[in-house]
Design a binder for this molecule. Structure first.
Ligand code: PBG
Length: 318
């Protein structure tokens, strides 16, 4: 009889035959920067995650660097919002300032910038509204401005999350024509219209004031459409693909990994983080063990990179 249990006899042999491993170098840590002073505000639905003004951010960044986490993803919360989200392409805007500050003071940190409008618009949608819906091509024009401003500030990589059609081609062209041919794009290629983003919207102050995001983010029921979205972004010149959220979409991660030869990222989103924190606080689950099991499931599915609010906690346990 073949007995698979032979190779589970003790920890030594289990570790020898382990197929997947988490590495701190796979982690990207999301960081929320808010315009203003003296801000260090915990997000109530995301214990351990804060919004920082730049004068308060040093301890957090030092910790990230000391733990060996190579990269952060910046989200900006501006003071002023308007219909188009024009603060997002202000060279003196909060993310641009943050990029310059971090690249100067923490040069080893790889700084990614989320490229979107929902944190910057007064209506909370991810682009310009025309007739009650986000206008795709008007939004692309603004996306080019935002991308150039962030590249100019010194972002190492740009990550568009707005799910506009043609966004990768538009950004790639704008970057190439303006002397940023070496700035890579990590596309939120497959981003579902997910209720798992709830806590993030509190964190980033980006809840839509009317309607929802179903006309631009994907229907969670769809798989073939995900393959199409990813293929389009590869064609348009994306350097890295991302699937978001991660946990309920591990099947999509596996398929994209098999179909494309680009690095693949998984976004372990705010709701996935909040659920573990809430259940662990009640003593209903072992939070650390569930966290590690969840993260390894993303690796096993095929993710090369993992954006996760757990990055610091997990780095300590690896
Ligand atoms: C902005 C954006 C969102 C997230 C990342 N970028 C929110 C949204 O689309 O509503 C969600 C991240 C998370 O939930 O952790 N477009």
């Amino acid at each position: 009889m073949f007995r698979p249990r032979r190779l589970r006899k003790n920890l030594a042999i289990r570790e020898m035959v382990r197929e997947n491993h988490l590495n701190v170098k796979d982690f990207i840590y999301p960081v929320f920067v808010e315009e203003g002073e003296n801000i260090r505000k915990e997000i109530s639905s995301m214990p351990g995650i804060f919004r920082f003004s730049l004068d308060q951010i040093d301890a957090e960044l030092k910790e990230v660097v000391d733990l060996g986490i190579p990269s952060i993803m910046l989200f900006g919360i501006p003071k002023k919002k308007d219909a188009e989200g024009s603060e997002s392409w202000n060279d003196e805007g909060i993310v641009q300032q943050a990029i310059r500050y971090i690249k100067k003071n923490y040069p080893s940190l790889y700084v990614m910038a989320d490229v979107c409008f929902c944190e910057y618009t007064d209506h909370g949608h991810c682009g310009v509204i025309v007739d009650g819906d986000v206008d795709n091509d008007k939004t692309l024009t603004n996306l080019e401005k935002q991308s150039l401003s962030m590249a100019k500030a010194g972002a190492d990589l740009l990550a568009p999350s707005g799910m506009m059609d043609g966004m990768i081609a538009a950004m790639r062209d704008a970057l190439d024509l303006n002397d940023y041919p070496n700035t890579p794009i990590m596309s939120y290629a497959v981003k579902y219209a997910s209720a798992f983003y709830g806590p993030f919207r509190e964190a980033a102050d980006s809840t839509p004031s009317f309607g929802d995001r179903h006309t631009y983010q994907m229907d969670p029921a769809n798989r073939i459409e995900a393959l199409k979205e990813a293929a389009l972004d590869v064609e348009e010149g994306a350097d890295i693909l991302m699937v978001k959220p991660a946990l309920s979409y591990l099947d999509i991660i596996r398929e994209l990994k098999e179909l494309h030869d680009l690095p693949l990222a998984a976004y372990n989103v705010s709701g996935e983080y909040a659920m573990i924190k809430a259940a662990a606080a009640k003593g209903w689950i072992d939070g650390e063990k569930v966290m590690m099991e969840k993260l390894i499931s993303m690796k096993r599915a095929g993710a090369d990179l993992i954006l996760t609010y757990h990055a610091k906690e997990a780095a300590r346990l690896i």
